[in-house]
Each structure stands twice: as C-alpha cells, then as structure tokens.
Design a protein around this ligand. Sequence first.
Ligand SMILES: [Zn+2]
Ligand SMILES: [Zn+2]
Length: 189
Amino acid sequence: MERISWDQYYMSQSHLLALRSTCERLAVGATIVRDKRVIAGGYNGSPSGSVHCIDEGCKVIDGHCVRTIHAEVNAILQCAKFGVATEGAEIYVTHFPCLNCCKTIIQSGIQKIFYAHDYKNHPYAIELLEEAGVEYEKVELDYLHIDTNTKDKLYFMTSLIEKLEERGASDEELQDLRMKANQLFTYSD
Ligand SMILES: [Zn+2]
Ligand SMILES: [Zn+2]
C-alpha cells in the first residue's frame, strides 16, 4: 500500500476546503500546519452574516470580487479567533496567494507557503517573501484527484455518443459506450 506524503495530505485538505468556497470567480482553499498538525483551514467566502456570491452574484469593483475574504486570511483569522499561534507554521494553498495575502502571511510569522497552482504570481509579492525569508514551493496535487465537473463530462460524452448514433453506429456499440460513460462519470452506491 502506498502511503500518502504529508505534503499531499495537507494539499488534499486545501483542495477539499476549496470546494466549500462561496465565490464563483475562484475557489481557493488554505490549510495551516504547525509541527505536522493542522491548526486551521479556510476557503474564500463572505464575512460571517453576509450574503454569498453563489446566491447573490459577486460584488465586483475594479474587476475584483470585493465581498470575499481570501482563504489564507480566513485560515489566519481562525487562529486569531481561537488564540492559536501561527509563528513558524506552514500554509498549504491551492493557488499562489495574492499580494495582500502574501503580506498577511509574512506578518503572521508563517515560514513557508506550499501552493498547487500558479495564479498571477505577483512579482512584488515574491520580492516581499524573499525579503522576509518566507519560502514558497510548488506542490502539485498528484495523489487525490477531485473531480468537480463530472456532469459536464457526462454531458459531453453523451453528445459524442449521439453523434456516433447519427453516423450509424450499431445499437450494440452504442449501448456499450453508454454503459462505460455512466460507469466513469456517475457515482455508484
Ligand atoms: Zn464573489
Ligand atoms: Zn488573497
């Protein structure tokens, strides 16, 4: 049995958290780890008590959704709320943090950022991280594959099978393809 690495484990958790995001523009997840223990987690969403972008649409000013608190900040604030030290911790994020989040991460005493996807990596943010001695390393999620668009895939596959039908594929062939598509893209119980 292959044992999952800590990096993959924490990065998986950030990807799961991203699925809780309430903003339609980008789903981000962040997990803060200290001494190999998860101390906090966050995703991008509205402040407590406010409406969600997924219900009311994003509140866009100057091309950015201003409603949400970013995942990294939410995770750090969870530590603030419950009095957990972030000094010397590490953060696992699904996307390279924005400039503001990088500044927040630096100031919280977090020592290392692991990120899965490059995302508009801000040159000034990188400069600040390097000045502060905060390391950053890309860790792509390769252990767990979280599929968030199975419906689209099934729809795509169905339309391809319909095209084959139009071109005269046999019933037997079509039935076989439909069964395979269903097995691949739907959950069985
Ligand atoms: Zn939004
Ligand atoms: Zn951010």
